[in-house]
Design a protein around this ligand. Sequence first.
Ligand code: COA
Length: 431
Amino acid sequence: MNHLSLYQSRRMAAADAVRQVRNGDMVIVPTGVGEPPSLLTALSEQRHGFLDVKVAQILAMRKYAYIDPETTQHVRHVALFFGGATRAGGQAGWIDFIPNYFSEIPAQIARGLIPADVVFSMASPMDADGWLALSLGADYTMAAVAKARAVVLEVNPNVPFAHGNCRIHISQVAALVESSEPVLEVGLPKIGPVQEAIGRYVAEHIDDGSTLQIGYGGIPDAVVMQLAHKHDLGVHTEMLGDGILTLIEAGAVNNSRKNYLPGKTIATFALGSQKLYRHMDRNPALEMHPVDFTNDPVLAGQNDKLVAINATLQIDLLGQCGSESLGHAPFSGTGGQSDFVRAANRSRDGKAFIVLPSTAKGDSISRIVPSLSPGTHVSTSKNDIHYVVTEHGVARLRGKSAKQRAQELIAIAHPDFRGELMAQARSLRLL
Ligand code: COA
């Protein structure tokens, strides 16, 4: 059968395509906007007919009807990272989660530690040779494609046909549906004066010719806004967003001085505007790859001057970062934070920045604390931490003793909390 007839033979309505799922299956869905809305809506509509089906994903974007505490025995979400659609369920306990380093999810799928029975993903239209691109989220989805009993795609002309290891052949596809709605857009977060101040401090430490990883959350994007006047920056990141596109358009990013994959912007998933998705289409200067490639600390660390910029919620005086929970309550996930902190530590002249406002809740609590709140999930270890930045300055912790770390961190805490932090540090024998 030629590619076109194969394509036609796989094409069906979403209500039929979801019948590829069997009771007890784990369905793997890509990060963010790589999730296929027609398929997940059809699965939601039919959920009462299924038993014990799990849907695993990093960062679900929409609260589909299957994300429902009343029907978890039929179909339930398993979070690899919590976002707005799933956080409340995670905190209430009816959405479970699988702790992970993003870079290691593909290997866990390959070894069967995380089952992958079915893949549901958005895909670009097919090219003349029968290839479709899973460009919005190559992440762990490419590993799941290799393992799954059935790959089910939602083919949409608004999904870019990107370069990189993000393509699958029509012969690997069990069923497909077509849709034509624009890919979901995700705007840049709001940036206030605190974020801006942190962005300025970080930007001062970024040399021309550095290669960037830009993390998730408001402050990493605030840093990007301060980099438009830099030269010859490169990108080797996990998330491709509009902040990076702005730097490419401004000419600050040209990837010319990257010593690993020069000339290419490298990422594993995209989250942004229609303009960003169009920029990815058949762009020879951009490649989307699986996350065990983009986030592997050894590979990413081959870039000299690799700069990783990631956010945290809370940090203790040793430099342990609770970036993903508020005490026991899950908030997000480790994502690629630890991967890229380690990558930057391996990189020649690399720098890993962990950024956070010094306070939360209207300046009523310090985010720099003597001890993490009970139950806090540690995302970045004290052994990996390098730079910490608040709106009050920059602390460099790598190579420093516990006492020096406490001093450095108290110096960038909010002035209202410094006295109390000093007293507590003394009682912990840290000063
Ligand atoms: N105690 C109580 N509340 C706190 C707090 C603390 N220590 N720290 C933060 N909060 C509250 C904030 O006030 C804010 O609440 P609001 O929305 O009501 O204002 C909320 O928690 C979020 O904090 P914020 O600093 O605005 O987080 P963010 O939206 O910039 O996101 C994360 C930061 C969660 C995304 C980031 O910490 C994270 O997930 N990191 C791990 C993953 C990662 O780095 N991946 C990188 C590669 S993509």
